[in-house]
Design a protein around this ligand. Structure first.
Ligand SMILES: Cc1ncc(COP(=O)(O)O)c(C=O)c1O
Length: 383
């Protein structure tokens, strides 16, 4: 029986990787098919639809089926890094067209957009994601090709209303792309809120174990744009390798339980550190005090996740001292893994960063929350 015939919840689909049992062997998990090329049949036909692994291959395809099902898309494409997916999507924007994106977002994506605007004659407007109506004002009807949002934005966790952004994009003839890395499909499904394409750095929550880099695009529909992105992936060799696709598929099976635990831990930690004498402000969309809390409640239905930032009472040097004084939180970049990380964000973002120097970003994992709280309390003594 295939999952299409069943009305299973997405957590069930994830846990069983779509119930993809190998009919020939009975294996309950999909295997890895490492072949780079595929033999043709007697009439020179392709046997399974595959001819060369850079175009498509069976293992990556199996993972893409799970990605598409979890986000409710018509199709999915897996890439060898989140940035490979982002670059492939923006490669479809033509000279003279225009892109809209938040002023605070993942810095690598923003660097790429700046490069496009400087070298390719593509218009670019960054909007202030904290200002109501700023997204709408940034759009140039008839010229804007892609409205790009990230929510919650990294690393201030401002929340952008996906439904409202989709409406604004569509009224102007643009598409809405959503970086949903921090809000994976166990909590937010942007396609159901009107987005056209969802993006994930699958390096983060989808993989979940800090042991692979991967990216994913999930399309609401397959159309000429989707085909063009696929063509870019094929010609640039951006596809996720079979081994990494298999690791990603394995990671996604525990996505729902990992995310739930990380969300519970993060909420307890945020509450415990709010009002701490060395913490000036806690930025976490799960807190009622967070300006984006109401929208977050509406579009993060399965938990607010494990990402938060704290503004400490001190300068950059003090923030770095706290990061290195932690004994359990690991001082490293990235997010969404089972282990908790702490990071001085301004150090990694480069010259364009507008992130405050006293901001420490936390990726809260699935450890015992009492250990996490105790660790941060002792680390804050370093100020
Ligand atoms: C929100 C967000 N988007 C995109 C990316 C880029 O993904 P990758 O590092 O997998 O290329 C990251 C990576 O940190 C991210 O955090």
């Amino acid at each position: 029986m295939t999952h299409e015939k069943m009305n299973w919840d997405r957590s069930t689909l994830a846990a069983q990787a779509l119930h993809l049992i190998n009919e020939a062997t009975g294996a309950v998990v999909p295997g890895i098919e490492p072949a780079s090329t595929f033999a043709r049949g007697a009439d020179y036909e392709l046997k399974g639809g595959f001819n060369y692994a850079r175009n498509e291959n069976p293992t990556t395809k199996a993972t893409e089926k799970v990605l598409a099902a979890l986000d409710g898309g018509a199709d999915a494409m897996a890439f060898n890094a989140g940035m490979a997916a982002v670059v492939s999507l923006f490669e479809t924007v033509r000279t003279g067209q225009h892109i809209v994106a938040p002023r605070v977002m993942y810095h690598g994506g923003q660097d790429w957009l700046r490069r496009l605007s400087q070298t390719r004659g593509i218009g670019l407007t960054f909007f202030d994601q904290t200002q109501e109506g700023a997204l709408e004002e940034a759009i140039h009807p008839g010229e804007t090709a892609i409205v790009w949002i990230e929510t919650p934005v990294n690393p201030t966790w401002d929340v952008i209303d996906i439904e409202r952004a989709a409406k604004a994009a569509h009224e102007a003839g643009a598409i809405l792309g959503v970086d949903s890395t921090v809000a994976p499909p166990c909590t937010t499904r942007p396609l159901e809120l009107g987005a056209d394409i969802v993006f994930h750095s699958a390096t983060k929550y989808l993989g979940g174990h800090s042991d692979l880099t991967a990216g994913a695009l999930i399309g609401a529909r397959t159309n000429a744009l989707w085909d063009e992105i696929k063509q870019v992936r094929k010609l640039t060799g951006g596809i996720l390798s079979p081994f990494d696709a298999w690791l990603l598929l394995r990671g996604m099976r525990t996505l729902f339980v990992r995310f739930e635990r990380a969300s519970d831990n993060a909420m307890a930690l945020a509450r415990s550190l709010s009002g701490h004498p060395k913490v000036v402000q806690m930025l976490y969309p799960g807190l009622e005090s967070h300006p984006g809390h109401e929208i977050a409640k509406k579009q993060m239905r399965g938990g607010f996740g494990g990402m938060m930032s704290l503004l400490i009472d001190g300068d950059a040097a003090a923030a770095k001292r706290v990061a290195t004084a932690a004994k359990l939180f690991i001082p490293a970049t990235s997010l969404g893994g089972v282990e908790s990380l702490i990071e001085h964000r301004k150090s990694i973002e480069g010259p364009h960063s507008i992130v405050p120097e006293n901001l420490l970003r936390l990726s809260v994992g699935i450890e015992d929350v009492r250990d996490l709280i105790a660790d941060l309390e002792q680390a804050l003594e370093a100020i």
